[in-house]
Design a protein around this ligand. Sequence first.
Ligand code: G6P
Length: 554
Amino acid sequence: MQTTQESLSGNNQQVPFHQPICAELRQHYQSVRDLHLRDLFAADPQRFERFSLQVGSILLDYSKNRITADTLKLLMQLAATADVAGWRERMFQGEKINNTEHRSVLHTALRNRSNTPVMVDGENVMPAVNAVLEQMGKFAERVRNGEWLGYTGKPIVDVVNIGIGGSDLGPHMVYQALKAYRHPRLDMHYISNVDGAHVVEKLESLDPETTLFIVASKTFTTQETMTNAHYAREWFLQRAGDEAHIAKHFVAVSTNQDAVAGFGIDTANMFEFWDWVGGRYSLWSAIGLSIVLAVGADNFAALLGGAHDMDKHFRSAPLEQNMPVILAMLGVWYSNFFGAESQAVLPYDHYLRSLPLYLQQADMESNGKSVDRDSNTVDYSTGPIIWGTTGINGQHAFYQLIHQGTRLIPADFIISATAPTGLHEHHDILMANFLAQTEALMHGRTLEETIANGVPAPVAPKVFAGNHPSNALLLDALTPHSLGMLIALYEHKIFVQGIVWNLNSYDQWGVELGKQLAKRIQPELQASTAVTTHDASTNGLINHYRRLRTGTGG
Ligand SMILES: O=P(O)(O)OC[C@H]1O[C@H](O)[C@H](O)[C@@H](O)[C@@H]1O
């Protein structure tokens, strides 16, 4: 096993995409690209059994993909060539696979319910992980049972999570997904945008006496979060008067103890996590505090347990029976051989409506890269554009393009078999649409079938080519456990694709340049003379804004 930083870097010739298996896959692609799914199904009555897999409470039907048994065999050879199994072990064992930041990648340790030791720099991280989990559980229990009181002696009613990116999207998505499990007295709110409208509008509806703020930031330096947190602190103090009341209404989640203390939050009210937790993989850490407050420590433990079960499956199942690996390699098949540009995520579940947003960060910030882990510029496509919304709403908006447009858009359809509301008729309608769409995308409707249907002329616009690939993910029910499994499934899919594309999926240098430029531009917006230090477009826009700007100095 590789241990040193140098040995984690290979050279360009080692890149999986330069290996002979890719030439073989390209050749194979030529023989498969014109096959129609309709014919593949007709030729093989066992296709569903052959290309579906159940792991715990999740069924993955991947039979409606443009693959044959040979495709899968070759894709798995590519995964093996990329040493997915070796890298997987390196990740789980805490090697510093994030080679540009020299960090381990151990979100799996946060949900390691087996409690086996996980070592970072010679130290087992599990005692610290468990201690923070306990701290979160105890704190949440006091808030939930009404023991934790605001400065006028009232129990907390509203909790505001102030965070952005990974410190917002994960907890926000999970809170929505587990709404059915939430504490009846507690409402969670999420403020991320530095557009003042977000914080002002939200605070208008809240009572400082019964509101708890969680300032959630891994670095505790993110400008948007700090600006909103300072505003919330000011808003609170204007009403509560005394700084001593802050301790009852502000807690922090961060890796940066000094900055938390500097903000004025007692570090006794800080929930810690560590630099080996990537922001977009952090909902399992103290960043999930709002989840624990909403659904309780037991349900949070079930969420972690679901993710842990998926971790165990991912770590031990052979590649060809490994759900994250299968999803990942199907994605590679469409991105790198069919030239697909995007991947749609279509949850048929109101509670999962934020999953596409969450996965946008998880996937696109991880694999949206054109320089590989050895600093070579890649000559193949990497992470796709992730997009989507709840399935039914999408049907009445953009599905037209998926059905009859000119682009190939692989889509993941996600649904649970149980209606959390008990509205069974609603759920049957939802399910029928879910099935109808995947069937229509796959099968299409030929010219002959269209004519036989007796549709009036013109007939051509009413023909559906079909052959559009989709995965169907069917959960027994949307529970904390199955949600944990589902999120971990996607995390590991992203990991596998990153390995196949030879990327470091765990840094995000691409977000830095804009941040630096914004810092430079911000004071220029208040300049008294025309700004000339940028390109003509940026200068023109800055100066136009300076003229229109209202408020001090404008
Ligand atoms: O948690 P924070 O340190 O405030 O970071 C919040 C977010 O901001 C960054 O710019 C990154 O692109 C994200 O990966 C991160 O999740």
